[in-house]
Design a protein around this ligand. Sequence first.
Ligand SMILES: CC(C)(COP(=O)(O)OP(=O)(O)OC[C@H]1O[C@@H](n2cnc3c(N)ncnc32)[C@H](O)[C@@H]1OP(=O)(O)O)[C@@H](O)C(=O)NCCC(=O)NCCS
Length: 122
Amino acid sequence: MDGDRVVGHILFSLVVVETQAGPFDALGLGPMAVLPERQRGGIGSKLVTTGLTQCTALDYPAVVVLGHPDYYPGFGFVPAHRFGITCEFPSPPEAFMIRELQAGALAGKSGIAKYHAAFDAV
Ligand SMILES: CC(C)(COP(=O)(O)OP(=O)(O)OC[C@H]1O[C@@H](n2cnc3c(N)ncnc32)[C@H](O)[C@@H]1OP(=O)(O)O)[C@@H](O)C(=O)NCCC(=O)NCCS
C-alpha cells in the first residue's frame, strides 16, 4: 500500500506435490503485479522477499512459481525440473521454478505440482 492506494499485490496459495511416496504441501507464488507506473522501483522485490520470509516462518518446505525465467532466479528460484518436479500445467521447463525454504527439503521428492482448483479456470 502507498497510503490508501494498492500499488502492488502478491499471492501465495497451497500447492500439493504428488510424489511416489505420497503428497506433500508446498506454496505457489502468484499472481503478483505492481502498478505499471510504479514498476522497476523495488516494490516487486519487497513483495517477494517479505513473502518468502513469511512462507519460511509458516514452515513450508518450498515455493514454486510459474513466471518470468529472468526475474525469479534473483530470489533463489531454480528450474524445478532440477529436482524432478514438474507442473500440472503445460509450460516451458525454464518457466516453472522452485525455491527450497529449508536446505535439502526437496531431496528425493520428485513429482507433479498441483495448484488449487481455482487455477483450473485460468
Ligand atoms: C514483474 C513485476 C511484478 C516486477 O515488479 P517490480 O516492482 O517492477 O520489480 P522490481 O522493481 O523489484 O525489480 C527487481 C528487478 O527485476 C527486474 N525486472 C522487473 N521486471 C522484470 C521482468 N518482467 N523480467 C525480468 N526482469 C524484471 C528489474 O529490472 C529489477 O532489476 P534491477 O534491480 O537489476 O534493475 C512487475 O514488473 C509487473 O507487475 N509486471 C506485470 C505483471 C507480471 O508480469 N507479473 C508477474 C507474472 S510472473
